[in-house]
Design a protein around this ligand. Structure first.
Ligand code: ZN
Length: 55
């Protein structure tokens, strides 16, 4: 087998989650809303939003 071409990782854009402060990479599921994606996960998304308490 010839290995003339080195396998390259495709470039994936990254963002940093404001909640857990971790960088996360583009995912296919975000293909459509990547510009709107802020949090790395649903969990962070929920905890990241200021919870308006109705006391
Ligand atoms: Zn996060």
């Amino acid at each position: 087998m010839r290995r003339s071409m080195v396998h390259r990782k495709p470039y994936l854009p990254e963002k940093q989650c404001p909640v857990c402060q971790r960088p996360f990479a583009w995912r296919k599921r975000w293909a459509r809303d990547w510009p709107q994606v802020v949090y790395c996960s649903e969990r962070c998304r929920r905890s990241g939003r200021p919870s308006a308490r109705h006391a």
